[in-house]
Design a protein around this ligand. Structure first.
Ligand code: TYC
Length: 110
């Protein structure tokens, strides 16, 4: 957006329009990163990724396999509050089911 300040009278009958460019930075985004472990069943991880990150079975399976092979993987990118809530929900669900699944949120370009 480029706000235009109200016309200034300069006394000589002319009008001065001053254009100021306003720089608004996009908000910092956060990625929810899920970590591998040796105990959480693959099916549970796939289910969690589908349920909390809105992925279909195929996408969720690919993300799970990436985590399994690389040690970690990104499940989604959100605003800070939404990312923190996703982490809470995943940990709560894993806890309830008795699995050690862990995930964290971190600023993008961390
Ligand atoms: N490594 C686990 C297994 O072999 C599967 C797994 C995948 C666990 C992803 C956690 O975030 C994870 N059962």
């Amino acid at each position: 957006m480029t706000p235009i300040t109200p016309p200034d009278r300069d006394g000589g009958g002319s009008v001065v329009l001053e254009r100021r460019t306003q720089k608004v930075k996009p908000p910092q985004m956060y990625q929810v990163v899920m970590l591998n472990d040796d105990y959480t069943p693959m099916e549970f991880v796939v289910h969690v990724i589908q349920e909390f990150f809105g992925k279909d079975l195929e996408a969720a399976t690919q993300i799970m396999l990436k985590i399994h092979l690389d040690g970690k993987g990104v499940c989604g990118v959100y605003s800070r509050d939404v990312a923190a809530t996703k982490v809470d929900r995943v940990l709560e669900s894993a806890n309830k089911a008795g699995h050690p699944l862990k995930c964290v949120s971190e600023p993008v370009d961390f």
